[in-house]
Design a binder for this molecule. Structure first.
Ligand code: ATP
Length: 232
């Protein structure tokens, strides 16, 4: 699959909880799109819908192809790969075993790209993942997602819980991944980080798209500055 991803009238319910309420958004191929918003705004649910990890109504198309009936593993095989919040790495397995697990949909595991982007992981190839630093674990999570050879990489709060210098490193990595032609969808609570990386931004409030635009427009907006950038 290739082309832009469109979400139309996307709704996600968890029992009685209406988490995503008619979200419409466009993810442009080759670009970085960020989805922002406070806790519980529906960001992760939107991302999981794209990955196929949650039931939804509405439609998601890639190029012109509807993917709604595709299960997760087929979306992965088609290049749509989620790097989940909280990393989801296998803590008792080694770095190498984690990376190989990420390549389960591919016939041949190619470790080169992961090591090119994350040389630190090559040095730690036989280390148990649970003993890596928080930043290294996040890098491993992203590297593992890359092992599936995504065309679309969905990142759920990669900066969560990391120190500013480590966040800067993650930001560089996201830019590098995008430069290599991978479309990135970045869910973040770190608004300034996300706006510094993205080509297009959507802010969700209470399950709906409240604000959308180019990062430079959003950074000029008083509402965005006051509500999402700490009034700077
Ligand atoms: P966060 O940054 O805290 O992850 P978010 O913007 O990603 O927030 P979601 O995780 O998509 O928001 O959650 C949206 C709403 O759906 C919240 O009210 C949340 O409590 C609810 N929700 C999410 N997952 C579930 C679930 N598995 N069961 C029930 N309710 C859920």
């Amino acid at each position: 699959l290739n082309g832009d991803i469109y979400l139309k009238a996307l709704n996600v319910f968890y029992g009685p909880v209406h988490a995503v309420k008619g979200v419409e958004l466009k993810i442009e191929e080759g670009k970085i799109t960020t989805i922002l918003g406070a806790n519980g705004a529906g960001k992760s649910s939107t991302l999981k819908a794209i990955a196929g990890g949650v039931r939804y109504s509405g439609s998601i198309t890639v190029g012109n192809v509807p993917i709604d009936v595709m299960p997760v593993h087929r979306r992965v095989a088609n290049g749509i790969v989620l790097c989940p919040e909280g990393r989801g790495i296998f803590y008792t397995m080694t770095v190498k075993e984690n990376l190989l697990a990420g390549a389960y949909t591919r016939k041949r595991a190619k470790l080169e790209l992961a090591f090119e982007i994350f040389p630190v992981l090559k040095e730690r190839i036989n280390q148990i993942a649970g003993t890596l630093s928080g930043g290294e674990q996040q890098m491993l999570a992203i590297a593992r997602a890359l092992m599936a050879e995504p065309r679309y990489l969905l990142l759920d709060e990669p900066s969560l819980g990391l120190a500013p210098v480590v966040i800067e490193k993650i930001a560089e990595v996201i830019r590098e991944i995008n430069k290599r032609g991978i479309t990135v969808v970045l869910v973040e609570q770190n608004t300034s980080l996300a706006l510094s990386l993205a080509h297009k931004a959507y802010i969700l409030e209470n399950g709906r798209v409240a604000i959308e635009g180019k990062p430079e427009e959003l950074m000029r907006s008083d509402v965005v500055r006051q509500k999402y950038l700490g009034g700077v």
